[in-house]
Design a protein around this ligand. Structure first.
Ligand code: DX5
Ligand code: ZN
Length: 219
């Protein structure tokens, strides 16, 4: 049976009321997506390890940390130690993939591999078995509220075929521009985990927005 997990991205929440945002989707969101940015890998700055600790204290919803930072080898396990249930690192930034994924898992988290829109998944075929999740960015990372890049759809379809053909049990996630107008096509292409920021926290009722997105993905 097809599944559709919805991960609201806290980057689109009111930063003065992060806990309220987490609670507004509790029960509807499968996980919460926590973006981590360092002003280097992307020209923006976001959530520190202490924020993960604080979020763990206010919600039981699992936390999905998306590290858009240089040198994830150094910092990734720290997010797992703070209670992230998944830590995703960018292929373009990691140096020692085996060591870093081992460190994340040793700290008790699942692990994801993210690629920017122009980074081919094929370069990482021999490393996919180290991951629980493959994140195909559908925007250039750095900011919420951008337009879904439809040109990534063939890459999504190819990744889905590849995972199935190789028997790799990774969740296929997308991030960027996911909304009522784009989620169906992405679901058809084979995505099962959808990150959505603006479409959730820009809505009057974020919890209801999550339910609607899930329904649209499963259509
Ligand atoms: C941007 C972040 C996304 C962002 C998505 O680089 O990784 O998680 O919050 O925002 P929307 O859903 O508004 O495109
Ligand atoms: Zn993200």
């Amino acid at each position: 049976m097809a599944t559709a997990q919805i991960y609201p991205s806290l980057l689109a929440a009111d930063f003065g009321r992060i806990a309220d945002a987490a609670l507004a989707v509790e029960g509807q969101a499968d996980w919460l997506h926590v973006d981590v940015m360092d002003y280097h890998f992307v020209p923006n700055l976001a959530f520190a390890p202490d924020t993960v600790t604080a979020l763990r204290a206010v919600t039981d919803t699992p936390l999905d940390c998306h590290l858009m930072i240089d040198d994830p080898d150094r910092w990734a396990a720290g997010y797992a130690e703070r209670g992230a249930a998944n830590v995703t690192i960018h292929a373009e930034a990691v140096s020692d993939l085996p060591r870093t994924t081992r460190a994340i898992r040793a700290a008790g988290a699942r692990t994801g591999l993210a690629v920017k829109p122009n980074t081919p998944v094929e370069h990482y075929l021999d490393d996919l078995h180290r991951f629980d999740l493959l994140l195909l960015m559908t925007i250039e990372p750095g900011f919420g509220g951008q337009t879904f890049m439809t040109e990534v759809l063939p890459k999504i379809e190819a990744a889905r075929r590849l995972l199935d053909a190789r028997g790799l049990d990774l969740w296929l996630q997308i991030d960027g521009g996911v909304n009522a107008g784009t989620i169906e096509r992405a679901a058809v292409a084979g995505v099962d985990v959808f990150v959505a920021g603006t479409a959730v926290f820009g809505a009057a009722d974020p919890g209801q927005a999550v339910e609607r997105l899930r329904e649209q993905a499963l259509r």
